[in-house]
Design a protein around this ligand. Structure first.
Ligand SMILES: Cc1cc2ncn([C@H]3O[C@H](COP(=O)(O)O)[C@@H](O)[C@H]3O)c2cc1C
Ligand SMILES: O=C(O)c1cccnc1
Length: 352
């Protein structure tokens, strides 16, 4: 396998399909532009799927889990054991993303990159065993080079499974207590911002705890930023997490295979930013499901020029905000493909 597979050229967008979809939108029985952003959404999907009338039959949802050494600094409201406990919950059907996947009739796969716990394999979970979690990045790099590459490759393998199953869209979710800290640190390194910009309450820290989290992130940036700001891969290795690296790998791989991605919240969007910095050809393949309540999400979306579809005050992760946007995407496709044109319905168009 190519040493730096993430640098390969991404699939081009189908401009002919885009043009046909634009022309079709202009002929549908409604005032021009009256369906607002749903019109552009259908056109964008047409260009990504390479057909005038796109459709979204099979969403693929992958939830990547990993633990974080930085939790020993006291940066999350919940204990680390929750990461592994939630793996059971994902498989048993009790997690938010499990319910949403069931309702959407989407395939849900659960991937444990490396979590703290007794190490017993969990039924129904792909396990990579990269370690009990990343190292505490306030003291050194979060990952070794091997761990970072293995996590990227695990994401690539997931995207390839989705592509082979002919998924219409890929959603990458994450689970990892402490990962809003890792995502904030990585996002700051990638965007050259201070911790203040991207630090939030995560699972529900109070104001004093958020201030402490910000200091922890600033100290990590002081240690790593000089090296990390030169190179997105090195930033990911030093400040990211197993599940964040897997998401970045999955997003690059989706773009290499021409599979549209519906990006979730703060953590997934930082992984998407890293994927775009690794390979700018990834950007056209990204759609953004929602704006998270985590305040840093807005900065990262702005950096990617991403316009989220929903803004519901969600702060969960797991891919939940992206999954919630799937019905909207499906309805945009139904309107685009199912509405009559002015000629078909014998309705008078606006005089030119
Ligand atoms: C029960 C539970 C389920 C979750 N599902 C997603 N997260 C979310 O919260 C975590 C990040 O927040 P922080 O950085 O503050 O730890 C991640 O696991 C994320 O996926 C959860 C968190 C909890 C507690
Ligand atoms: O937006 C997210 O992805 C998020 C926010 C808070 C906690 N977990 C995830």
């Amino acid at each position: 396998m190519n040493e730096q597979w993430w640098l390969a050229p991404c699939q081009p967008i189908d401009h002919v399909a885009r043009q046909k979809a634009e022309q079709r939108q202009a002929r549908l029985t409604k005032p021009t532009g009256a369906l607002g952003r749903l019109e552009q959404l259908a056109i964008d999907l047409a260009a990504l799927q390479g057909r005038e009338c796109p459709h979204l039959e099979q969403p693929w949802i992958a939830v990547f889990a990993g633990d974080h050494g930085v939790v020993e600094e006291g940066v999350s409201a919940y204990p680390q054991a929750v990461t592994r406990q939630m793996l059971h919950n994902f498989v048993a059907g009790g997690a938010a993303i499990s319910v949403l996947a069931h309702q959407l009739q989407a395939r849900l796969e659960v991937i444990d990159l490396g979590t703290a716990g007794d190490g017993e394999p969990l039924g129904g979970v792909h396990s990579y065993g990269l370690g009990p979690g990343t190292a505490n990045f306030t003291r050194g790099p979060a990952m070794t080079d091997e761990q970072c590459r293995a996590a990227l490759a695990a994401g690539r393998a997931s995207a390839e499974r989705a592509h082979q199953a002919r998924a219409g869209v890929y959603i990458g979710g994450e689970m990892g207590i402490g990962n809003t800290t890792a995502a904030a640190a990585l996002g700051c390194a990638l965007l050259d911002l201070p911790a203040l910009a991207l630090t939030g309450a995560g699972t529900g820290l109070n104001a004093a705890a958020v201030a402490h989290k910000q200091r922890v992130i600033d100290s990590a940036l002081l240690l790593h930023q000089q090296v990390a700001s030169q190179d997105p891969l090195e930033a990911l290795r030093r400040l990211g997490g197993f599940e964040i690296a897997a998401l970045s790998g999955a997003f690059v791989s989706c773009a290499l295979h021409g599979l549209p991605v519906l990006v979730d919240g703060f953590i997934a969007t930082v992984a998407a930013l890293c994927a775009v910095q690794l390979n700018p050809g990834v950007r056209p393949w990204l759609l953004f499901g929602h704006r998270s309540a985590e305040p840093g999400h807005t900065y990262v979306l702005q950096a990617l020029k991403g316009e989220p579809l929903l803004d519901l005050g969600l702060r969960l992760g797991e891919g939940s905000g992206a999954a919630l946007a799937v019905p909207l995407l499906r309805l945009a496709c139904s309107l685009h493909g199912g509405m009559a044109t002015f000629a078909e319905a014998h309705v008078s168009d606006r005089p030119t």
